[in-house]
Ligand binder design. Structure first.
Ligand SMILES: Nc1ncnc2c1ncn2[C@@H]1O[C@H](COP(=O)(O)OP(=O)(O)O)[C@@H](O)[C@H]1O
Ligand SMILES: Cc1ncc(COP(=O)(O)OP(=O)(O)O)c(N)n1
Length: 287
């Protein structure tokens, strides 16, 4: 299957909404999502769940919004702007998750991508542990796709994931818990050696995407960027496997050309996928 950027010239403006935390350093959270939407030709909208003070060295502080403030933002977008896809990132705790679940259900947003963000790479907690039940019982059943990394899939399912067979079992369990499809990302799976393998369980079938493991510490915001690209693909009308393929291509380019800025874990490069596509177009036009 060939990864394709969403169509841009069919006259329709495709719109995606991110419900997530703000990352002052610009590499993860709302900022990563909006940059990804923009690069993929999808109009980006946002509902902020928390303001974080963070940079490439880590998270210094978290200032959560109230659940009401999140609900009102979602109401403002939903009453007027009809998102074609919605993704969630950092949701802080149970009250915000419940508010998001209520609004998603009442607006009937079907293209919901849940990135079950729990802990930042530096170890800071982005979801309170007592929120797990709300995440599993209220939000997960509304997901068209859930995109956990391996530690998140372990927390959600309660099982240890060491092999690809374990990952497949976890994906089946997450579908049994109510998710439409499951993408379990492979960045944390060291058993695959010098490649990373992402797994998708969709419509009863497993698919796998493999790419070279890049030896870099500049991977801040990988999960946010992957799930935002997947949501952009759905917003543009791709089906789930096509959107997962697009997400893998987008994040692969973003990590291969990641940005060595700041003194810690630099961000992925949200320009990389588009720049490569433009270079390809240009070289085709020369022949
Ligand atoms: N070092 C790496 N080289 C190439 N791809 C990577 C690397 N680390 C992560 N990825 C890819 O980035 C995406 C996010 O992966 P992962 O690290 O599992 O999630 P998270 O960022 O949520 O912890 C996946 O598509 C994964 O394959
Ligand atoms: C505001 C905010 N949201 C999410 C994250 C975690 O993002 P992720 O893509 O998983 O990247 P890392 O933290 O793992 O680099 C965050 N840091 N901040």
């Amino acid at each position: 299957m060939k990864a394709q950027a969403p169509k841009r010239d069919d006259g329709t403006v495709r719109k995606a909404l991110t419900i997530a935390g703000s990352d002052s350093g610009g590499g993860a959270g709302i900022q990563a999502d909006l940059k990804t939407f923009q690069e993929l030709g999808v109009y980006g909208m946002s509902a902020v769940t928390a303001v974080t003070a963070q940079n490439t060295l880590g998270v210094r502080a978290v200032y959560p919004m109230t659940a009401d403030a999140v609900a009102v933002q979602l109401g403002a977008v939903g009453d007027d702007l009809a998102p074609d896809a919605v993704k969630t990132g950092m949701l802080v705790g149970a009250p915000i998750i419940d508010a998001v679940a209520d609004q998603v259900a009442s607006f009937g947003w079907r293209n919901l991508v849940i990135d079950p963000v729990m802990i930042a790479k530096g170890g800071s907690e982005l979801l309170r542990q007592d929120a797990l039940r709300s995440l599993k019982e209220r939000l997960l059943p509304l997901a068209r796709v859930i995109t956990p990394n391996i530690p998140e899939a372990e927390t959600l399912t309660g099982m240890k994931i060491a092999t690809m067979a374990d990952r497949e079992k976890a994906a089946r369990l997450l579908v049994a818990m109510g998710a439409g499809s499951v993408a379990i990302k492979g960045g944390h799976d060291e058993s695959t050696g010098d490649v990373t393998v992402d797994l998708l369980y969709d419509d009863g079938r497993f698919r796998y995407w493999e790419s070279p493991r890049v030896d870099t510490r500049h991977t801040h915001g990988t999960g946010c960027t992957y799930s935002a690209a997947l949501a952009a693909g759905l917003a543009a009308g791709l089906n789930v496997p096509e959107a997962a393929e697009l997400a893998k291509s987008f994040i692969r380019a973003a990590i291969e050309d990641s940005l060595d800025i700041g003194s810690g874990h630099g961000p992925t490069n949200h320009w990389a996928y588009g720049r490569r596509a433009r270079r390809l177009d240009h070289s085709k036009s020369l022949h």
